[in-house]
Design a binder for this molecule. Structure first.
Ligand code: NAD
Ligand code: 0WE
Length: 260
């Protein structure tokens, strides 16, 4: 009997088979979950549909989270198909590439708004619609990064968006706690995904991490997926408002080099 047997959940943010959302989907389905996905635009639809088929996804619909009408249409479809929802995973972030280099100081108003809208407000927007379909015992999860709590070179406005996202997790946990709905985040270590490609110096981040993390390795989308199953399942029934690090221990270690 799987830890998510028969539970119905939305997993938002699959772009391809390297996406953290895909790692979560595979682990959730392995534990008996029934899943639904979104895709952003037709280019990604061609990537997401074949993946969705391999896990017998029951919902695969377009959703650009900057568009309120699309959010409403997406959740209308979910309500019609399933009626109720047991879990929600939000694995979506975006910032203008130019704002992820050089100085945070120079972030434009437009780039700030875009990053906060896609990477933070969208969680609030989908949480509200999802909550209306959830009963007590349901669980929501989003993805964060250490740049929320430390100034990490070049992460810039995304760090500010993740700080706001982590605060949103706490406020949503309070709002939805009375309905028996839990809200948490996983703060993942760096993983080479589409969102990480094109970040100059990302290879260097990965090779530095594997030398200094307590586990002496990087994390994978399977590592994140397995912790997500715990946070989405009844195993974490007493956990809400939490930022759970899945980073091979990096955030608790002060070592710059192994053995220090
Ligand atoms: P990814 O590129 O596979 O996933 C990001 C997803 O966001 C994509 O599916 C993309 O389509 C979606 N997206 C962007 N703008 C959108 C919009 N307007 N509407 C709908 N969807 C939109 O990359 P990933 O690394 O799997 O990222 C998933 C989450 O994990 C993000 O929140 C990211 O910040 C977080 N995260 C990533 C890392 C890492 O190193 N890769 C580490 C910690 C946290
Ligand atoms: O959250 C992220 C990635 C966020 C991201 C990445 C991109 C690249 C392509 C958001 N928007 C965009 N827009 C693009 O056009 N991570 C945690 C991965 C990441 O991104 C970094 C990192 C790490 C780690 C950027 C700079 C420094 C470190």
């Amino acid at each position: 009997m799987g830890m998510l047997e028969g539970k119905k959940g939305l997993i938002l943010g699959v772009a391809n088979d390297r996406s953290i959302a895909w790692g979560i989907a595979q682990q959730a389905v392995a534990q008996g979950a029934r899943v639904g996905f979104n895709y952003l635009g037709e280019a990604l639809e061609r990537r997401v549909r074949p993946l969705a088929e391999t896990v017998s996804a029951e919902i695969v619909e377009p959703l650009d989270v900057t568009n309120d009408k699309q959010i409403d249409e997406f959740f209308s479809r979910v309500e019609k198909e399933w009626g109720e929802l047991d879990f929600l995973v939000h694995s979506i972030a975006f910032a203008n590439k130019d704002s992820l280099k050089d100085r945070f100081l120079n972030t434009s108003r437009g780039d700030f708004h875009l990053a906060l809208d896609v990477s933070c407000y969208s969680f609030v927007a989908v949480a509200r619609r999802a909550a209306s379909l959830m009963k007590p015992g349901s669980s929501m999860l989003t993805l964060s990064y250490l740049g929320a709590v430390r100034a990490i070179p070049n992460y810039n406005v995304m760090g500010v968006a993740k700080a706001a996202l982590e605060a949103s997790v706490r406020y949503l946990a309070v709002d939805l706690g009375v309905d028996g709905i839990r809200v948490n985040a996983i703060s993942a270590g760096p993983i080479k995904t589409l969102a990480a490609s094109g970040i100059s110096g990302f290879k260097g981040i990965l090779s530095a991490y594997e030398k200094v993390t307590p586990l002496r390795r990087n994390v994978t989308i399977d590592d994140v997926g397995k912790s997500a199953v715990y946070l989405l399942s009844d195993l974490s029934s007493g956990v809400s408002g939490e930022i759970h690090y899945v980073d091979a221990g990096f955030s608790v270690s002060s070592s710059l080099t192994p053995g220090d």
